[in-house]
Design a protein around this ligand. Structure first.
Ligand code: AMP
Length: 432
């Protein structure tokens, strides 16, 4: 190919990797607002932010998430770095949060340590609606105190976050997975029950490795056989039972509705005692918006003290799908209240100054850029969704006024330039 040929040939468009969503306006505006609402609920309960690495030593997840999980078995993005270390892109947050808490000695300070986080996770899964290879989670961890009231708080924070978004069509399912005193005995009982079933080889092997996981099998032919399976709730030790009942009592006190779900186990190995999931019937096969639970061994397994923890994580993409399923809209979110249209270079300079003054006064303003004619600039103003449009032409500039148009009522009036900021502040305040 000649050099000119190379220059004129149109470059091929590139695509994001398979199963990796992009968020652009207006979805991205919604996305950020969704995250903010969930974070607000956590901050109202005293959780503080944790900003952690997107990749960790592979060993952290192998140890922290559990070798028998799908995540570690087949879904991790693992790669060697230039120094030959094995690293893994974060498939979930809890292991990393606990690692950081232990590494920085927070487990030796004021307890519980209460943290929130939000950011991307990566799992090599088969992409479909509600299931992606990069997805975002918001969640919390409360580490260091064994108190059923804290389990209930964590559940209530998630519930409150979802409510703040206007969601109401989901169900909170809750279960207890028991503790070290009752879980081993239950495991044996379940295993001997599962050995008597007609299961395929892979499921049989899964049962031997982690029988609880089989309880969560969604295939109808397996579900049908699980009808008479022993349930953990019937085998709980006295202390695990009391813990669970106290969690439920606190939830009732907090006004959080729940459904007991005796077969709920969730896909991570570290949970003990309380475990829960928020399920939305409008989401199809991927119906879990979020979930979490209590863990007793994880902090010690990752080199820390013998301390419990409890946490949840909510998938932001699925929360967005739930908002769509409930037809919850947020019209105009993200739009700035003011749009400035200036005609001619002197007016443009003055408008730039005005925009700076408005922004300093916390009034959002966008401007018409490029040398557009009045009509095109007004179309841009209309599309911006701004409530007020400021118009500055040569005539207005000469008389030191701007035209201020209320896009909702269509009314327009001349405002002296020195009064523009105060006038807009007054009108915007009157809106609220
Ligand atoms: P987990 O960490 O597996 O307990 O998942 C917690 C939440 O993260 C789920 O309820 C989903 O909302 C979300 N989630 C997990 N995996 C995916 C995925 N592959 N794509 C989108 N969201 C996911």
């Amino acid at each position: 190919m000649t050099e000119t040929g190379a220059q004129t040939k149109k470059a091929q468009k590139l695509q994001a990797p398979k199963g990796v969503p992009d968020y652009l306006p207006p979805d991205s505006v919604r996305f950020v607002a969704t995250k903010r609402a969930l974070v607000e609920a956590a901050e109202l309960a005293g959780y503080q932010p944790a900003e952690l690495p997107v990749f960790e030593d592979t060993a952290l997840y192998v140890r922290g998430v559990g070798e028998s999980t799908d995540i570690v078995g087949k879904e991790m993005y693992t790669f060697p770095d230039q120094g030959g270390r094995s690293l893994t892109l974060r498939p979930e947050w809890t292991a990393g949060v606990v690692r950081a808490v232990v590494e920085h000695g927070l487990d030796r300070g004021q307890l519980p340590v209460k943290l929130w986080y939000a950011g991307p996770c990566f799992r090599y899964e088969r992409p479909q609606s509600g299931r992606y290879r990069q997805f975002q989670q918001m969640g919390v961890e409360a580490i260091g105190v064994d108190d059923p009231a804290l389990d209930a708080e964590v559940v209530a924070v998630a519930d409150e976050g979802l409510r703040r978004l206007g969601l109401g069509g989901y169900r909170l399912e809750i279960n207890s997975l028991g503790d070290e005193t009752c879980r081993p005995e239950y495991r044996e009982r379940l295993l001997s029950f599962l050995r008597g079933l007609d299961l395929d080889e892979a499921t049989r092997q899964r049962a031997e490795r982690n029988p609880l996981r089989v309880l969560d099998d969604k295939r109808p032919e397996v579900k049908a056989q699980l009808v008479g399976a022993p349930l953990l709730v019937d085998c709980l030790s006295d202390s695990a039972k009391e813990h669970f009942e106290t969690v439920l009592a606190h939830l009732r006190g907090l006004g959080v509705e729940y459904t007991l779900s005796p077969k709920l186990v969730r896909g991570l190995d570290y949970y003990t005692k309380t475990t829960f999931e928020f399920v939305h019937p409008g989401l199809g096969a991927q119906s879990a918006i979020g979930g979490g639970g209590h863990y007793d061994g994880l902090v010690a397994d990752l080199g820390g003290q013998q301390l419990p923890g409890v946490g949840f994580s909510i998938g932001l993409e699925r929360t967005m799908l739930a908002l769509a399923a409930e037809d919850i809209k947020d019209d105009g979110a993200g739009a700035v209240p003011v749009f400035g249209v200036a005609l001619g270079s002197a007016a443009k300079e003055r408008m730039t100054r005005l925009a700076g003054e408005l922004r300093k006064a916390d009034i959002g303003v966008d401007l018409a850029y490029g040398d557009r004619a009045m009509k095109a600039a007004m179309r841009a103003a209309d599309r911006s969704g701004a409530r007020f449009v400021l118009i500055l032409g040569e005539t207005e500039l000469a008389s030191e006024h701007a035209q201020l148009k209320d896009m909702r009522s269509g009314e327009q009036s001349a405002v002296p330039l020195p009064d523009v900021v105060a006038e807009l502040a007054r009108r915007i305040a009157a809106e609220h």
